[in-house]
Design a protein around this ligand. Sequence first.
Ligand code: FES
Length: 105
Amino acid sequence: ITITFIDHLQQATTVQAAPGTSLMQAAVDNSIAGIVGECGGFCSCATCVCHVDPSWVGKLPAPEAMESAMLESAAADHPASRLCCQIALNADLDGLTVHLPESQF
Ligand code: FES
């Protein structure tokens, strides 16, 4: 599965990830700056916020209640914000593109 991360300077990095890994894990494994993943993917730190590319909004499963609540409390005001630890990669998401905020805090 090919994923492209675009940082706040519009620098794109494309990585490969195995199906079943989370988008957060794929970022951390590839040392993508901008994704911290402090809680290890338990939906409790909100340091893995990303903004889904407009071309992919609507193709991802909607956030679950816990993710929505975390995004709200993290004041993630971008409408396409997601916690990338809650996005499980599968073949349908091949080519996924997400944008990274300048900072996670
Ligand atoms: Fe902590 Fe996603 S890694 S909320």
